[in-house]
Design a protein around this ligand. Structure first.
Ligand code: 13P
Length: 254
C-alpha cells in the first residue's frame, strides 16, 4: 500500500499579510513542477481568504481548529462551513496546544472531527503523549484513548477521509525529535488500532509525524513504513526550511 506523502505546515499564531504572501509565493515557486506528494498550509484563520487567492491549486490549505457548532452565539469561533466557504480542504483538530491551553477534551475533539466531516473538510486528528506520560509508559494508552474517542463517535469508516498526526508533546517546538524508530513504533501501533476496527480502512489512512521536523531529519522519518509525511511547526515559517523538507518528500516520492 503506497500512501502519498503529505508535508503540512502549521503556522500556529504566526503570520502577517506580508508573510502569508511571501511564504506562499516562495513555496509555490520552489516546489518541483510535477510532484508526487501533497503540500498543505494551516495559517491563522484570518489569513485563509488571502491564502485561498494565492495557492493556485498547488498547495492545500485549512484551518487550525474549528467549532463543533455550525452557527450561533459562540463568540470567537469559526465553523466548518465558513472554512469550506473560503475553499479549505482540511482542518486540524485536537492539536496538543488546543488540548493543553484551551482544555479541549477527547470528546470535544471528536465533535470537531464530526463537524469537519459534515462540512466536507478532511480532519487532521492530532494525538500524542506528554513527556510525563511517555516516562510513565502510557503512550499507547493515551494515544488509543485520543483516537478511540473519535472512532466511537463517527465510526471507523469516517477515517477513509481523514488524516492522523502523531505529535509527541515533548518533541513539539523543543528541537528534540522522536527518533525514526520511536515514531515508527507509535505509528505502527496507531495503524494496528485502526486495523482492529477495519483492515480495509487502516492501510488508507495517512499518519503524519510532527515534532521538530527539519530538512535534516525528514528523510529518515518519512522513509519509515507507517510515517506518511509531517506536520511541521517552526520549520514551516520560512520557505527555505519548509522547502528543504518538501525536497526530501520529493526524493522519496519518485
Ligand atoms: P514544531 O515543528 O515546531 O516542533 O511543531 C510541531 C507542531 O506542533 C505542528 O503541529
Amino acid at each position: 500500500m503506497t500512501r502519498k506523502l503529505l508535508v503540512a505546515g502549521n503556522w500556529k499564531l504566526n503570520g502577517s499579510i506580508t508573510m502569508t504572501n511571501d511564504l506562499i509565493v516562495e513555496i509555490i515557486s520552489g516546489l518541483p513542477s510535477s510532484k508526487n506528494f501533497d503540500v498543505a498550509v494551516f495559517p491563522p484563520s484570518i489569513y485563509i481568504p488571502q491564502t485561498a487567492n494565492l495557492v493556485g491549486g498547488v498547495v492545500l490549505f485549512g484551518g487550525q481548529t474549528l467549532s463543533e457548532h455550525d452557527q450561533g452565539a459562540y463568540t470567537g469561533e469559526v465553523s466548518g462551513s465558513m472554512l469550506k466557504e473560503f475553499g479549505c480542504q482540511m482542518v486540524l483538530v485536537g492539536h496538543s496546544e488546543r488540548r493543553a491551553y484551551y482544555n479541549e477534551s477527547n470528546q470535544d475533539i471528536a465533535l470537531k472531527f464530526q463537524a469537519a466531516l459534515k462540512h466536507g473538510l478532511k480532519p487532521v486528528l492530532c494525538c500524542g503523549e506528554t513527556l510525563e506520560q511517555r516516562e510513565s509508559r502510557v503512550t499507547e494508552k493515551v494515544v488509543a484513548e485520543q483516537i478511540n474517542a473519535v472512532i466511537d463517535l463517527v465510526g471507523i469508516k469516517a477515517f477513509a477521509n481523514a488524516v492522523i498526526a502523531y505529535e509527541p508533546v515533548w518533541a513539539i517546538g523543543t528541537g528534540v525529535t522522536a527518533s525514526s524508530e520511536q515514531a515508527q513504533t507509535v505509528h505502527a501501533f496507531i495503524r494496528s488500532l485502526l486495523t482492529l476496527k477495519s483492515d480495509t480502512i487502516a492501510p488508507l489512512v495517512p499518519i503524519l509525524y510532527g515534532g521538530s521536523v527539519k530538512g535534516s531529519n525528514a528523510k529518515e522519518l518519512f522513509s519509515m513504513q507507517d510515517i506518511d509525511g509531517g506536520l511541521i511547526g517552526g520549520a514551516s515559517l520560512t520557505s527555505e526550511d519548509f522547502l528543504a523538507i518538501c525536497q526530501q518528500a520529493d526524493k522519496l516520492s519518485q
